[in-house]
Design a protein around this ligand. Structure first.
Ligand code: HEC
Length: 165
């Protein structure tokens, strides 16, 4: 019996180690602070602050999103599958809403960009990679577009958690 536990433990730790390395490798490929952003602060956050993106970025993002993302995430980033938490038959997850009702707001910009760049493959998911499909400014604009559906409360919480990193 104890042999089995030990085996499980070793298998579990190996998986954890592989996961950690993969995450570190991905994080290295987009160093924080090197993401170029327009420092336009036209969009007001109802809590007295401003959001990182401009109205122009929302318009560009709307076009990018409708052409590349809406088929899976919904035209207003509301998702197209009611129960996005339930695995599909192939074991992968359906595309979640990005409008602030799921967990995209738990991730800083650098991580959102990683998902856009590399898709779901690193997690065994089905999201395609947009690394060479979109320009960097289009990737950022698509984030501006879906973030603009977030309430001020969610946006402020994301900011407090270091979201703009
Ligand atoms: C073919 C379907 C599909 C398309 C097209 C697609 N996605 Fe996804 N997306 C997914 C799936 C499925 C996931 C969940 C991760 C996985 O399993 O791959 C996901 C996850 C995400 C996440 C992480 C959300 C979270 O809560 O962690 C972000 C951000 C995202 N997508 C943004 C985009 C953007 C921006 C585009 C367009 C440029 C896009 N996606 C296009 C299917 C898609």
């Amino acid at each position: 019996m104890s042999k089995i536990y030990r085996l499980l433990f070793v298998a579990g730790s190996t998986l954890l180690a592989i996961g950690a390395c993969r995450e570190a490798a991905m994080q290295q490929s987009i160093p924080n602070g090197q993401i170029e952003r327009e420092s336009v602060t036209a969009v007001k956050n109802g809590q007295g602050g401003v959001r990182w993106y401009s109205k122009d970025q929302i318009s560009l993002g709307a076009a990018v999103f409708s052409q590349n993302c809406a088929e899976c995430h919904g035209i207003k980033a509301e998702g197209i599958v009611e129960n996005w938490r339930r695995r599909l038959e192939d074991g992968s997850f359906p595309a979640p809403p990005l409008n602030g009702t799921a967990h995209s707001w738990h991730h800083p910009t650098s991580m959102l960009l990683q998902v856009i760049n590399y898709g779901g493959a690193p997690y065994g998911g089905n999201m395609p990679s947009f690394e060479t499909v979109l320009e960097d400014k289009e990737k950022l604009a698509s984030i501006a577009y879906f973030q603009n559906f977030w309430t001020d409360e969610i946006y402020a919480q994301w900011e407090r958690m270091g979201g703009t990193n």
